[in-house]
Write a protein that binds this ligand. Structure first.
Ligand code: ADP
Ligand code: GLC
Length: 503
C-alpha cells in the first residue's frame, strides 16, 4: 500500500485593488486601510498582491521597479504592468501604468483647481479592467487570483469586468463611502465601448448614468462595508444615497466588518512625530501635557495661550459636510465664552470651511489654532497633544481618527453614527461605573447637541480620576487589524464561487 500523500494547502491568492495606499499616496482613510489590511492579510498567511494605478507619486516612491508585461485593453490601448517594492508593504506591489491616465502630479482624483479630473471615468474604468485581467493571469506570470478584493467606486467596475471573464475568481467589494459613486453618462459609456449588458437596470445603469458603485454592488460575490452600524444605515434612505433599495435587495451578501488601525504607526509609546512618549500609567497626565505644549507651539500659539489648566479640543480631517465641521465651528464661540478651552483644527477641503476656519483663527488668536493643509506629522501631534477629540460627522462609514484618539488617550466626542457608534462607548453613570466608558456620543446632527456633549466631556475632564479611567479604557481597546483580517479571510474562504457553491 502506498503511503497517504500529505496534501500541501496552498495559501489563497488575493489581489487587493485600491486607488490609494499610505504611505505611497493618501487622501483619507481608504489609503490607511489599503496599507494595513493587505499587510494583515499577509500576516494571516495569504499570498497577497496590492495593485494600484501607477501615479507619478507612487512611481517616485516604489523601489526595484521591473516590467512584468503588457495587457491589451482594446481600442489599441495597452496597460504596462510594473512590479515594485516598498518597506511599508510585505508583498510585491503591482502598478497599472497607462501614462496618459496616471502619470501626473498631485491628488489622485482631482486637478489643481479642486475639481475631479475630467477623465476619471476613463482612468478608473481602465484601471479596473487591467485589475480583472491581472487576476485572470492575462500576463501569463503564473499567478492567478483566487480572490479579488476591490474598494470603493474607483474599483467598482472590477467585479463587472471579472464577470466578462470565463472563470471569474471570487470578488469582494468594500464600500468605504457610499456618497462617492463615480457616475458617468451614456456618451462616455459608449465612447469607451464598454459591454452593452452593463447598461441595464439589473446591471450598472443608475438613473440614466453608469454607476461604478452600483457595478460593485451587483457583480460582486460579497459586499462589505467598514462597520456593522454603517451596514445597517446604508439600507435606509437617509444614508443610502439612492442605493438603499439595491442594498436591501443584496442584504444576503452584505456584511459590516469594522476597520482596524495600524497600531505600529499609531503608538504613543514609540511615535516618532510626538514630543513625549507616554502610556497609561501615573505619568499619563504629564506626557499629555508635554505634547499639548508642543502641539500649541507647532500651531504657532502665543506663549500666553499656554495654560496648563486649559484643555485643548482637537479635530483632524477633511473639511467637508460629511465631517460636520460646520457644527464644530458653530459651537466654538459659545464654548469660548464660559470655558478656558482652546481649539486645534487641522484639515483641508471645501473653500467655505477653510475660510470659516481662517476667520475663527483671526477672531480668537489666543484660543483657536489651525493648520490648513495636509500634514501627517501634525495629525500625530494633535492626537497626542489634544485633551478631547471632536468628530461630529453627519455620517461616518468607520472613521479612523476616533480610533487613533482612543489609542492616544484623547477621548473622542462623536456623533452616534456608523463606525463612531461601534467604537466609542459613551460615558454614562453605568459605563463609568463598570469602567467601559471611552468617550462621549451625541445623536442630533446639530451644533447644540455637539456643544452639550463637549460640555459633558469638559466637566469630566475636571475629575482627574475618572478622566484617567476613561483615557485608559480607550488606550486598552483592541484596535488591531489581526482579528478583522480573519473576518475577511472567513469571507474569502466562504464566499460563493462563480458556480455558486459554498466552501
Ligand atoms: P475619511 O477617510 O473619511 O477622510 P477617516 O477618519 O477614515 O476619514 O480617515 C482620515 C485619515 O486621513 C486619517 O488617517 C487622518 O489622520 C487623515 N487626515 C485627514 N485630513 C488630514 C490632514 N489635513 N492632515 C493629516 N492627516 C489627515
Ligand atoms: C472612508 C470613510 C471613513 C472610513 C474610511 C476607511 O473614507 O469616510 O469613515 O474610515 O473610508 O474605510
Amino acid at each position: 500500500m502506498s503511503k497517504p500523500r500529505k496534501t500541501i494547502k496552498k495559501p489563497l491568492k488575493v489581489l487587493f485593488a485600491a486607488s490609494e495606499a499610505y504611505p505611497l499616496i493618501k487622501t483619507g482613510g481608504l489609503g490607511d486601510v489599503a496599507h494595513s489590511l493587505p499587510n494583515a492579510l499577509a500576516h494571516v498567511g495569504l499570498d497577497v498582491r496590492l495593485v494600484l494605478p501607477a501615479y507619478r507619486d507612487v512611481l517616485r516612491r516604489v523601489e526595484d521597479l521591473q516590467v512584468l508585461g503588457w495587457i491589451p485593453l482594446g481600442d489599441g490601448l495597452d496597460a504596462r504592468i510594473l512590479q515594485g517594492w516598498h518597506a511599508a508593504f510585505e508583498m510585491p506591489l503591482w502598478l497599472v501604468d497607462i501614462a496618459h491616465l496616471f502619470d501626473r502630479e498631485g491628488n489622485p482624483y482631482q486637478g489643481p483647481d479642486g475639481n475631479n479630473w475630467p477623465d476619471n471615468p476613463q482612468r478608473f474604468t481602465r484601471f479596473s479592467q487591467a485589475v480583472a485581467l491581472l487576476a485572470a493571469d492575462r500576463l501569463d506570470a503564473g499567478w492567478q487570483a483566487d480572490v479579488v478584493h476591490a474598494n470603493d467606486w474607483q474599483t467598482g467596475l472590477v467585479p463587472a469586468w471579472l464577470h466578462e471573464t470565463a472563470t471569474p475568481p471570487r470578488c469582494i467589494y468594500t464600500i468605504h463611502n457610499l456618497a462617492y459613486d463615480g457616475q458617468f453618462d451614456y456618451a462616455t459609456f459608449q465612447a469607451m465601448h464598454l459591454p452593452p449588458a452593463w447598461w441595464s437596470i439589473d446591471g450598472a445603469e443608475f438613473h440614466g448614468n453608469l454607476s461604478p458603485m452600483k457595478a460593485g454592488l451587483i457583480y460582486s460575490d460579497w459586499i462589505t462595508t467598514v462597520s456593522p452600524t454603517y451596514a445597517r444605515e446604508i439600507q435606509t434612505p437617509e444614508y443610502g444615497y439612492g442605493y438603499a433599495d439595491i442594498l436591501r435587495h443584496q442584504q444576503h451578501k452584505l456584511r459590516g466588518i469594522l476597520n482596524g488601525i495600524d497600531t505600529r504607526t499609531w503608538d504613543p509609546t514609540t511615535d516618532r512625530h510626538i514630543a513625549a512618549h507616554y502610556r497609561c500609567d501615573d505619568q499619563l497626565a504629564q506626557g499629555k501635557a508635554a505634547n499639548r505644549r508642543a502641539l500649541l507651539k507647532a500651531l504657532g500659539a502665543p506663549t500666553k495661550a499656554q495654560r496648563a489648566d486649559a484643555p485643548v479640543i482637537g479635530f483632524v480631517g477633511r473639511l467637508v459636510h460629511q465631517k460636520g465641521i460646520d457644527l464644530l465651528f458653530d459651537a466654538i464661540p459659545a464654548l469660548l465664552r464660559n470655558t478656558l478651552v482652546r481649539f486645534a483644527i487641522i484639515g483641508s477641503g471645501e473653500q467655505q470651511y477653510e475660510e470659516r476656519l481662517k476667520a475663527l483663527m483671526a477672531q480668537y488668536p489666543a484660543r483657536v489654532f489651525g493648520y490648513l493643509g495636509y500634514s501627517e506629522a501634525l495629525a500625530h501631534q494633535l492626537e497626542a497633544g489634544a485633551d478631547i477629540f471632536a468628530m461630529p460627522s453627519r455620517y461616518e462609514p468607520c472613521g479612523l481618527n476616533q480610533m487613533y484618539s482612543l489609542r492616544y488617550g484623547t477621548p473622542p466626542v462623536a456623533r452616534r453614527t456608523g463606525g463612531l457608534a461601534d467604537t466609542v462607548v459613551d460615558s454614562t453613570p453605568t459605563t463609568l461605573k463598570d469602567g467601559s466608558a471611552t468617550g462621549f456620543l451625541f445623536d442630533a446632527p446639530e451644533s447644540a447637541a455637539l456643544e452639550a456633549a463637549l460640555r459633558r466631556a469638559l466637566v469630566l475632564h475636571q475629575n482627574p480620576t475618572l478622566w484617567h479611567q476613561i483615557q485608559c479604557a480607550g488606550m486598552a481597546q483592541d484596535l488591531d487589524w489581526d482579528e478583522r483580517a480573519r473576518s475577511y479571510l472567513a469571507l474569502y474562504q466562504g464566499a460563493p464561487t462563480a458556480e455558486g457553491e459554498q466552501q
